[in-house]
Design a protein around this ligand. Sequence first.
Ligand code: IMP
Length: 178
Amino acid sequence: MTNPPLDAFGPLYTSAQIAARVRELGAQISRDFAGEQLIVVGVLKGAALFMSDLIRAIDVPLRCDFLRVSSYEGGLKSTGVVRFEFDITQTIEDQNVILVEDIVDTGLTANFLYENLKLRRPKSLRFCTLLHKSANTKINFDLDYIGFTIPNRFVIGYGLDLDGLYRNLPDIRALPED
Ligand code: IMP
């Protein structure tokens, strides 16, 4: 199946709406962890833009790290199998950790990452996602910080891709409802 062209996508959130929501999330995280220190772990590549804006909206001391897993192999649907492509480079034992994702859809990736990092015995583990496609999600834990809950539509922009393209769009755009 060929991928839809860019003009098939309509507006969902403007860059101003995203920036305002990211500031709110940063303020909330700063309040929740006042007096503490954090390790913020971004899930590449999708969360790269969100992560870089979010950490600048957080005013408690923090370290950054990144990991990469694959579940989508380029197209519109998940393959159903999650595997590490690379891992974080520091120990998280006894640390406050926030995992930062671009989007939670089925929850397969989120569950895999949450269970995996939990085994490393962090002091606390929270999950932050910019977007939540709640209709499809089956997870065993709470999403602590959610930017926007969205309908079941494929989205691009602000880090989110279609076959590697469109991550650089400053806004978020969506295909019409299936
Ligand atoms: P899940 O495992 O089904 O929750 O999917 C999570 C991952 O799938 C995200 O980290 C994204 O990389 C990708 N994904 C899910 N929905 C979309 C979408 O609408 N646009 C782009 N990528 C998506």
